[in-house]
Write a protein that binds this ligand. Structure first.
Ligand SMILES: NC(=O)c1ccc[n+]([C@@H]2O[C@H](COP(=O)([O-])OP(=O)(O)OC[C@H]3O[C@@H](n4cnc5c(N)ncnc54)[C@H](OP(=O)(O)O)[C@@H]3O)[C@@H](O)[C@H]2O)c1
Length: 302
């Protein structure tokens, strides 16, 4: 079983793996961040067919891209086998300023991309996402910045993250490129995208949304609240029914959605990464899909 590749938007040429490995928690790996350890995870992902890696300039206090780049430097031949996504736009307070803010000025976008390329040790990003919708976003400025980066070969494709459907459309209408994805939070405890038009827009515009925090930050598998306990019990019960593991039922829930969701895995544990791909091939019945939704929302559909 290998994770398939998927064309992320019908009118673009970019293909990524249907599961993407996220690097937000890379620095939290209990086994450390040595190049050897990071390479072990990259190689495991590649063996499973997961060839796409999701970064952001700010992950790990701005250090995770560099940690990943140091690992790649030990085995540069891997660079041609992987796809790299990164994000820009969030400014974290530090020595130079005190207030967290968003910056989508052409100068900041360019600086962020160039820093990411240097830290990762690669020539180009396969996909650059605007990390958060910026109330001060000037779509024409962003469009010009993207065009320059594309012409210079620094970024192949562009997308957004955490955008509402109207924010997505606004940017799309001004860009010279297709906005190829919207990376959003979605899991059985956070189901807004099913009802607020996010997934409708994706189907209508023929792009695949990427899904972050698919396991609700791990709380589904380390349950504390009553609803988390109920969710894990449900996934275990369905796991028995389909003769698979609970996490595989959860990932099959994402795969069943017609918007062709792309879960971004947050695990540092090779066992968990390997297990996730068992979701492919599971066909959840509609009743079971709605059961997970019901347990997550704490109420049946109307
Ligand atoms: N665009 C955005 O604004 C945004 C925001 C947040 C995240 N992201 C992206 O989305 C990625 C995933 O988000 P996330 O890290 O919150 O994902 P997640 O899967 O919801 O949470 C990851 C946590 O869940 C645990 N976990 C995962 N699978 C497990 C399993 N089978 N059994 C037990 N524990 C399990 C992991 O622990 P182990 O390591 O022990 O498995 C880890 O602590 C990030 O890395 C990042 O790339 C994007």
């Amino acid at each position: 079983m290998k994770v398939p590749q998927i064309k992320i938007r019908s009118n673009s040429e970019i293909h990524i793996s249907r599961f993407v490995q996220g690097l937000w928690r890379l620095h939290e790996d209990p086994l450390g961040v040595s190049p050897k350890r990071v390479l072990e995870k990259i190689q495991t992902c590649l063996e499973l067919g997961i060839n796409t890696f999701d970064h952001a300039d700010i992950y790990g206090g701005h250090e995770n891209e560099e940690i990943f780049g140091r690992a790649l430097a030990q085995n540069p031949s891997l660079k041609s086998s992987i796809k790299i996504i990164s994000k820009c736009g969030i400014r974290i307070p530090g020595e130079k300023f005190q207030t967290k803010y968003y910056d989508l000025s052409p100068m900041h976008i360019r600086k962020s991309v160039e820093n990411s390329l240097e830290k990762l040790g690669v020539e180009s990003l396969d996909l650059l996402l605007i990390h958060r919708p910026d109330p001060l976003l000037n779509p024409v400025e962003v469009s010009d910045a993207f065009l320059q980066l594309h012409v210079e070969g620094k970024v192949k494709a562009f997308g957004v993250s955490n955008f509402s459907p109207s924010q997505f459309s606004l940017l799309q209408n001004k860009l010279h490129f297709p906005v190829v994805t919207n990376q959003i939070q979605f899991n059985p405890f956070h189901t807004d995208p099913l009802f607020d038009g996010t997934f409708d827009q994706a189907i209508d515009n023929e792009f695949c949304p990427m899904v972050w925090s698919p396991t609700a930050g791990g709380s589904i598998f380390s349950p504390k609240s009553k609803s988390e306990v109920a969710m894990l019990a449900t996934l275990n019960e369905l796991g028995k029914k389909y003769s698979v593991a609970a996490d595989q039922v959860l990932y099959a829930w994402f795969l069943s959605h017609p918007a062709k969701l792309i879960p971004v895995l947050g695990s540092n544990d090779i066992k968990h990464i390997k297990s996730s791909i068992g979701a492919f091939g599971i066909e959840l019945s509609k009743e079971d899909w709605f059961r997970i939704l019901e347990v997550g929302r704490g109420k049946e559909v109307a």
